[in-house]
Design a protein around this ligand. Structure first.
Ligand code: PLP
Length: 287
């Protein structure tokens, strides 16, 4: 397996960075998780737009144009002869001194990892997930916007830890006002009749590429799509709940904090949306 590391390809075992890299020291950097289906990179442009916006927000200058970055992503896939893969694209502030000031880091580091994907086992798509809500809160949008997909993922990690301790594989975090924000690395939707509802960006969630694809698809399928705040009560009493993300795609949630959602199995609308999402992936690949 070849990893792109700031200008060269190195084997996985040799892909190492300095302990003085501010990505390591401070989580100072940005990243993307991108999916490749049958040789087609799903919505690469949108991922790059998000990456460059995240970088701009933290004043990190990516040392490539978006077109160059596109080429590097494709090249990395070819180098590893991968047709179906998960790509991790990372830009860290680079090597500096021990101070916080990024001014000591002259050269941002670009890393591209492409590998076969380990997603939730197939059974979980059939049975649906049991999840909980946790004490960890999403950081406030006015402090560091959750729209910035930064290397600082401690909140998300704490969510995972709380979930694991409770014996479930995923959890939802709320924002500081108690509105439901998102999962550890996925967005959340609730379904009420023919209404598909997800929290608006200002509640404090990453604007997921999969989330946006599902919003488009749901509109095309004539669902009423709403971006509005909701609480745990709304989740417990929804007809259906599902999560979306690059790795997970669309996965049904059947139990939240011990409350059974709908009939306790993946719902009809969730299944339709998952099916339509997979069709959309193929269609976009054929374009
Ligand atoms: N929320 C967070 C915090 C994430 O890290 C991710 C994963 O990228 C998502 C949501 C889902 O976004 P996407 O659909 O772009 O993968």
């Amino acid at each position: 397996q070849w990893i792109y590391l700031s200008g060269e390809y190195v084997l996985k075992e040799d892909a190492k960075i300095s302990v003085y890299d501010h990505g390591f020291l401070y989580g100072d950097g940005v990243f993307e998780g991108i999916r490749v289906y049958d040789g087609n990179v799903f919505r690469l442009q949108e991922h790059l737009d998000r990456l460059y916006n995240s970088a701009k927000s933290i004043m990190l200058t990516i040392p490539h144009t978006k077109d160059e970055m596109k080429e590097l992503v494709i090249q990395t896939l070819q180098k590893n002869a991968l047709n179906n893969a998960y790509i991790r694209l990372i830009v860290s502030r680079g090597v500096g001194n021990l101070g916080l000031d990024p001014a000591s880091c002259p050269k941002p580091q670009v890393i591209i990892i492409a590998e076969e994907l380990a997603i939730f086992p197939k059974e979980l798509y059939e049975s649906g997930l049991e999840i909980i809500t946790v004490a960890t809160r999403r950081n406030r949008p006015d402090v560091l916007s959750p729209k910035v997909k930064s290397l600082n993922y401690l909140n998300n990690i704490l969510v995972k830890i709380e979930a694991s301790l409770a014996g479930v594989s995923e959890a939802l975090m709320l924002n500081d006002q108690g509105y439901v924000a998102e999962g550890s690395a996925d967005n959340v939707f609730i379904v009420r009749g023919k209404q598909v509802i997800t929290p608006p960006g200002y509640i404090g969630a990453l604007e997921g590429i999969t989330r946006n694809a599902i919003i488009e698809i749901a509109k095309d399928l004539k669902y009423t799509v709403k971006e509005e705040p909701f609480t745990r009560h709304d989740v417990y009493t929804a007809d259906e709940v599902f999560l979306t993300g690059t790795a997970a795609e669309v996965i049904a949630v059947v139990k939240v904090d011990g409350r059974i959602i709908g009939e306790g199995k993946p719902g009809k609308e969730t299944n339709s949306l998952l099916k339509a999402f997979r069709e959309r992936v193929v269609e976009e690949g054929e374009k």
